[in-house]
Write a protein that binds this ligand. Structure first.
Ligand code: NAD
Length: 506
């Protein structure tokens, strides 16, 4: 790789935002700046949702304005040699939305749609998301504006390492500062490259592997991180289905079994959500990908279709499914639960009235525009919001970071000890009852928890608690679940800002 010297970095610190008040469908969306398609940009959408909750949060204007504005923003450009005589200049971003708690946390996205406002919107959502699930981190996000499919493996590695060098040089990464994770277009492989690059800058830092989460297990990752977001989506939907208020509004029973589910996006989040719903008896009747959708009213075999997609790169030609050529139509299928798990702003003024789901579980970040959100609520559709429903990823990232700082696998010190104690108890019960347990009965009672068991259990507990808090705020204030989730997040963040004196309150 030829090294080139051209490089630009821009760091912007906290600033106030310009606000306008557009009217969409007769409704005023205060603080929104409309984008080209006459709906607010992703960033403005997040702020619209924030403002709605802020008004009823009971938090002072001063603190609210401080919470809302991003703390600092980094933009870098760097060259990458794509073939012998051609160089492309790439643009990368990292935004720290709120550093009220450190480190800040948020994924790194490789996608052509990445720009400053998208990264800022995702960073803001991370702040609120961490607060909702009581993960003691501030919010951040990063990304590079590229289509990763257009680069070779070697080029992707160079791009990832080069971006990490920029983050290292500007102090936008580190186990106590900023801990990235995978997002769209990135995974364990990229996290391993990031960690290795960071370690070259910090060879004596004993905690350096905690600079990033979502790593391969062999490099300090935690069991259960790959599936965490999808599993969290499953736990969240299952929890909301158990609430009488949701059953009454949708006419659905609390059982997952037999529920008809449609998923948009068959990547890390969509695939794992599909797997857990299928495993628990739901029927995945439709899945949408970039170029087309797959449909089978009797239920799609998830592993078969995924294996086909990995090999063929498309659903076209896959057995046992009908192909829907217009992939956006997948969102309009008649179903019980619709799970957008791809991009933002997929449900908007163009298709909101055509949505035929009873519940929408936002696995993706920002899949519904504010105007569409209002239409869907008026149609009686229950929306389980992104900042709550997809928080499983950051929850298990937190567990991974804790594992890295403790330098020990979860369960290593306790598994055998627990087994010993439980064996003694079983023996006592067997002696008193006069009956020996079968080998499988004994194993299921005595077996000590492995790392994955502990991670799943911590994730389930976190998701259930966060859903219950959201439901309870929604009920007490008579508001929708998204607004309730924002209210809870705002109040928790305000407590840190005001309690710690960051606001220099008088
Ligand atoms: P991914 O890159 O693994 O998967 C995204 C999938 O969506 C890919 O298969 C892609 O081909 C598909 N896709 C792209 N455009 C599409 C379109 N127009 N229609 C249908 N499918 C399309 O990304 P991911 O990690 O699964 O992230 C998906 C969403 O979930 C993003 O919004 C991300 O921010 C959010 N999220 C991810 C995590 C995580 O842990 N990875 C955590 C929280 C939220």
């Amino acid at each position: 790789m030829a090294s080139k010297t051209f490089r630009v970095a821009k760091i912007i610190f906290k600033r106030s935002q310009p606000y306008f008040c557009p009217v969409i469908n007769g409704r005023s969306y205060s603080t929104a700046i409309t984008s080209g398609d006459n709906e607010p940009s992703f960033l403005d959408s997040v702020q619209i949702y924030f403002n709605k909750a802020a008004k009823i949060s009971g938090v002072s204007e001063k603190t609210l304005s401080h919470i809302k504005a991003p703390d600092c923003s980094l933009q870098v450009t760097f060259p990458i040699e794509v073939d012998d005589d051609k160089v492309e200049i790439l643009t990368g971003y990292r935004v720290h939305h709120s550093r009220h708690l450190l480190p800040v946390k948020g994924g790194i996205r490789f996608s052509p749609g990445v720009d400053e406002q998208e990264v800022a919107a995702l960073a803001a959502l991370m702040t609120y998301k961490c607060a909702i699930v009581d993960v003691p981190f501030g919010g951040a996000k990063g990304g590079i504006s590229i289509d990763p499919k257009k680069f070779t493996l070697a080029q992707l590695e160079r791009i990832t390492r080069r971006y990490t060098v920029e983050l290292c040089q500007k102090a936008f990464i580190g186990p106590g500062v900023d801990v990235p994770a995978p997002d769209m277009g990135t995974g364990a492989r990229e996290m391993a490259w990031i960690m290795d690059t960071f370690r070259q800058f910090h060879p004596n830092d004993v905690n350096s592997i905690g600079c990033v989460t979502g790593k391969p297990i062999s490099l300090g990752g935690v069991r259960g991180r790959n599936e965490a977001t999808g599993l969290g989506v499953y736990y969240g939907v299952r929890e909301f289905l158990s609430y009488p208020v949701v059953q009454k509004a949708t006419g659905l029973s609390e059982k997952i079994e037999g529920k008809r589910i449609v998923i948009q996006g068959f990547g890390k989040v969509g695939y794992w959500a599909a797997k857990f719903f299928e495993k628990n008896g739901a029927k995945i009747i439709g899945i949408g990908e970039k170029d087309c959708g797959a449909y089978n009213p009797n239920g799609i075999n998830i592993e078969d279709l995924f294996t086909y997609l990995v090999k063929a790169g498309t659903f076209q030609g896959a057995p046992n499914v009908d192909i829907i050529d217009d992939t956006l139509k997948i969102l309009e299928l008649d179903c019980d639960i619709l799970i957008p798990a791809a991009l933002e702003r997929q449900i908007n003024l163009g298709n909101a009235t055509k949505i035929n789901a009873k519940i929408i579980g936002e696995a993706a970040n920002g899949p519904i525009t504010p105007a569409a959100n209002d239409i869907l609520i008026e149609k009686g559709i229950i929306i389980l919001p992104d900042l709550l429903l997809n928080a499983g990823g950051v929850t298990v990232s937190y567990f991974e970071w804790l594992k890295n700082l403790s330098h020990m696998r979860f369960g290593r010190m306790t598994k055998k000890w627990d087994e010993l104690g439980k064996s003694k108890l079983v023996e006592l019960v067997e002696n008193n009852a006069g009956r020996q347990l079968t080998e499988s009965e004994r194993k299921s009672i005595v077996q000590g928890a492995e790392e994955r068991d502990l991670v799943y259990s911590g994730l389930e507990d976190t998701m259930v608690a966060a859903c219950q808090e959201t439901k309870s705020t929604a009920a007490s204030k008579n508001i929708d679940f998204r607004t309730a989730a924002f209210v809870n997040a705002i109040q928790k963040i305000a407590n840190v800002y005001e309690g710690s004196g960051i606001m220099f309150m008088t």
